[in-house]
Ligand binder design. Structure first.
Ligand code: CTP
Ligand code: MG
Length: 231
C-alpha cells in the first residue's frame, strides 16, 4: 500500500515488528497473521496504536509475505508501509527505521511495538507518546511482577525482592533522532530497544503499562487474548 506520510508536524510514527515466525505459537503461519476475534494480531496492534495517537506505521513483515501483510492491513485506520524484516528482532527494527527515515515523515516521536502485543490499551500508547513529547528521550511501559521471583545462584537459588522489579512491555517510545542514533551506533544485540539506547547514555523513563499489553508467545497466550476480547 502506498503510504501517505505527509500530514502535518504532529505526526507520531510507529514501527511494528511482525517479522518473526512464531515458532512457539506453532500456528503454521507467521504469528502476526494469526486471527483472533476476526482480525489478525498485526491489525489489532496497528488499531491499538492508532487509537492511542499514532498517525503512521511501518510494519516489518517476514520476507516473502509482504503481500499477505498488506492485505491484512488494507483496512487499517492509519497509513501502513510494509517492509521486509531481518533474522533477529533487532535487525527487523533497524529495517523498519531505515524505511521510516527514507519516507516523507516529519514525526519526531517514534514508537517501537511488537505485533505480538495486540491488545495494548490506547491509554498506554498515549502515555508513552506524551512522555516523549514532554521531553523524555526513551520511554518504556512497565508492570509490577506478581509472581515471586527466584534467581539461580551457584549455591542454589535466592528470592529477589519483588517490589523493586518491573516487567517491560511495548510500545517503547523514542525521540526519533535518539532511536536513529541508537541503531547507527550499537550492535543491535539486545532484547529491547530501550536497553540499546541506555548503553549510549540515554535515561530510560518508565510509565505505567497494562496487563492487557501481554505478549502472545504460546498457544495459552492466544487463548487469553481471545478471552479478553469476549469480556
Ligand atoms: N520479530 C521480528 N523479527 C524477527 C524476530 C521477531 O520482527 N526476526 C518480532 C515478532 O514478529 C514479534 C516480536 O518481534 O512481534 C517479539 O518476538 P517474539 O514474541 O519472539 O515473536 P517470534 O519471534 O515470532 O516468536 P518465536 O520466538 O516463538 O518464533
Ligand atoms: Mg522470537
Amino acid at each position: 500500500m502506498a503510504a501517505d506520510f505527509t500530514k502535518g508536524n504532529s505526526q507520531v510514527a510507529a514501527i511494528v515488528v511482525a517479522a518473526g515466525s512464531g515458532v512457539r505459537l506453532r500456528a503454521g503461519i507467521p504469528k502476526a497473521l494469526v486471527r483472533v476475534g476476526g482480525k489478525s494480531l498485526v491489525l489489532w496492534a496497528v488499531q491499538a496504536l492508532a487509537f492511542g495517537g499514532v498517525t503512521e506505521v511501518v510494519v516489518v513483515a517476514p520476507t516473502g509475505q509482504l503481500t499477505d501483510f498488506e492485505e491484512a492491513l488494507s483496512f487499517a485506520p492509519v497509513p501502513c508501509l510494509v517492509v521486509a524484516g531481518g533474522a533477529t528482532r533487532g535487525q527487523s527494527v533497524a529495517n523498519g527505521l531505515q524505511a521510516l527515515n527514507a519516507s516523507s515523515t516529519t514525526a519526531d516521536v517514534v514508537l517501537v511495538h511488537d505485533a505480538a502485543r495486540p491488545l495494548v490499551p490506547g491509554e498506554v500508547v498515549a502515555r508513552v507518546i506524551a512522555a516523549v513529547q514532554d521531553g523524555a528521550t526513551v520511554v518504556v511501559p512497565v508492570v509490577p511482577i506478581s509472581d515471586t521471583v527466584r534467581q539461580l545462584t551457584t549455591a542454589g537459588s535466592a528470592v529477589i525482592e519483588r517490589s523493586s522489579l518491573r516487567a517491560v512491555q511495548t510500545p517503547q517510545g523514542f525521540r526519533r533522532d535518539v532511536l536513529t542514533q541508537t541503531y547507527t551506533q550499537t550492535d543491535i544485540a539486545a532484547t529491547d530497544d530501550a536497553t540499546l539506547a541506555e548503553r549510549l547514555g540515554h535515561v530510560v523513563k518508565l510509565v505505567e503499562g497494562s496487563p492487557s499489553a501481554m505478549k502472545v508467545t504460546n498457544p495459552h497466550d492466544l487463548m487469553m487474548v481471545s478471552a479478553m476480547l469476549e469480556v
